[in-house]
Design a protein around this ligand. Structure first.
Ligand code: GUN
Length: 281
């Protein structure tokens, strides 16, 4: 069994990003990322701090707009429109989830498709489905990069994606399909989860339920990618896969922490740099 080390790969990617930023700066361009965070969900604030720090470490200019839970939708839209028109900003990220009174679809559709470093705008979602060059959501893109780093080609593999969110599961499914895997996608209404997971050569899980995937649900020799991040009452961070038992059965597995998480942030940096390059074209 081999551990897919997302932490190590993210360090390599950040080193390359620093080199790119040097070149961009020599051309008078400092990549800029704007983040909008609404409310006081502690997990969201932790993620945003990690994104801010990663930007600072490699030389991306970042600005965080913190807004209270009861902010109006109009005020959010106004802030996004201001950033759409700010030529120092290459990427705009709206930290999800948004408070219940806000129409998330409307907010995400306000972000300029050219600055949509999360890849959540319907225009970019459409391009991803068609296999066209676009901004790809950071977590599934990070998974694809991690597979590539370990010479794992999804072509012809039976893949199973557990979790069908717009942020992770659906773009993951499309990326795997575009890479010629045969993709099975499971969700909360799936009748018999095990009957799908046990057939998978490549099992990708992003649900947010500790121990959802146990050893009996995994094929011998499978590649297992755990996107879940769950904090137990003890404070321990775990994924959705019962790591100890599953790792003894599969050929490759991502740890939590240190697997997909650091790759998500690395891909956000890459997407922001990709957007900054387009200032030259
Ligand atoms: N909330 C949980 N994951 C994500 C993500 O990848 N991007 C954004 N914007 N919000 C999130």
């Amino acid at each position: 069994m081999q551990v897919l080390d997302g932490k190590a790969l993210s360090v390599k990617i950040k080193d390359k990003a620093k080199e790119d930023i040097k070149v961009l700066k020599s051309k008078g361009i400092t990549p800029g990322l704007a983040v909008v965070i609404i409310g006081d969900d502690p997990a969201s604030h932790t993620y945003v701090k990690m994104k801010e720090k990663a930007c600072e470490d490699i030389g991306i200019y970042s600005i965080v707009h913190k807004m209270p839970d009861d902010i109006s939708e109009e005020k959010i839209i106004e802030t996004i429109e201001m950033m759409n028109g700010n030529s120092n900003i290459d990427g705009i990220l709206i930290q999800l989830p948004l408070p219940k009174h806000i129409d998330t679809d409307r907010v995400l559709q306000t972000v300029s498709a050219q600055k949509d470093v999360d890849g959540f705008h319907p225009f970019n979602v459409g391009k991803l489905i068609l296999g066209l060059d676009t901004f790809i959501p950071c977590t599934p893109l990070g998974v694809m990069k991690l597979l590539e780093e370990y010479d794992i080609d999804p072509k012809g593999l039976d893949a199973c994606v557990v979790g069908a969110s717009n942020i992770v599961g659906k773009p993951m499914m499309n990326l795997l399909l575009n890479a010629f895997a045969t993709v099975d996608i499971c969700h909360i209404y799936t009748k018999d989860l095990k009957s799908h997971t046990e057939k998978a050569d490549l099992l990708i899980v992003g649900v947010g339920k500790p121990n959802l995937i146990t050893e009996d649900m995994v094929k011998e020799g499978a590649i297992v990618i755990d996107i879940g991040i769950n904090r137990l009452q003890s404070g321990k961070l775990v994924g959705d896969v019962a790591y100890e038992s599953v790792s003894s059965k599969c050929d490759f597995i991502t740890p939590v922490p240190g697997g997909v998480g650091p790759m998500t942030i690395a891909m956000l940096l890459e997407n922001t740099i990709k957007s900054a390059w387009s200032r030259l074209s």
